[in-house]
Design a protein around this ligand. Structure first.
Ligand SMILES: [Cu+2]
Length: 150
């Protein structure tokens, strides 16, 4: 005959193990990237800043829309950049692979918001920028490049 202990202890151990496993898996996907988020005041101004050829020693503005991130971005390694991101239509997700900075960069962009991240310690190279939020029929063409110079 089973004791009450068997009905409580075993399920408690299983739940604890599942909880720890989940926490561990979740922490594997986390990065140290800090994302600040603000309400958009003037999207026209943001779009203008994103369209001009941005010097590689200043803040960067990346304006997402179906299905473009705008032109290739050129930055220099060993510097710190404040990158402002916004979408002009629906939700997109900015993705920069881990090899660029050590950790992957993933920022979900929702309409009506500006997101601010810091890119630093970039390694020289050419990296694809993609969208990881399905955003319509040409989602897979929503790509540009980050060029990091020495
Ligand atoms: Cu997209």
């Amino acid at each position: 005959m089973k004791k009450l202990r068997d009905y409580i202890l075993l399920p408690a151990i299983i739940l604890l193990a599942l909880g720890l496993g989940f926490h561990l898996l979740k922490s594997l996907g986390e990065t140290n990237l800090k994302v600040d988020q603000f309400d958009i005041i003037d999207l026209t101004d943001f779009e203008k800043k994103a369209k001009i050829n941005q010097p590689s020693n200043e803040d960067q503005y990346i304006y997402a829309r179906q299905w473009s991130w705008g032109d290739e971005i050129t930055l220099r390694s060993g510097r710190k950049y404040i990158v402002h991101l916004a979408t002009g239509d629906i939700a997109h997700s900015f993705h920069l692979p881990a090899k660029a900075m050590g950790d992957p960069v993933d920022v979900l962009l929702l309409p009506g918001q500006i997101y601010r991240i810091i890119l630093q310690d970039l390694k020289p190279g050419i990296y694809p920028i993609g969208c990881t939020e399905y955003c319509g029929i040409e989602h897979n063409k929503m790509r540009t490049r980050l060029v990091v110079l020495e």
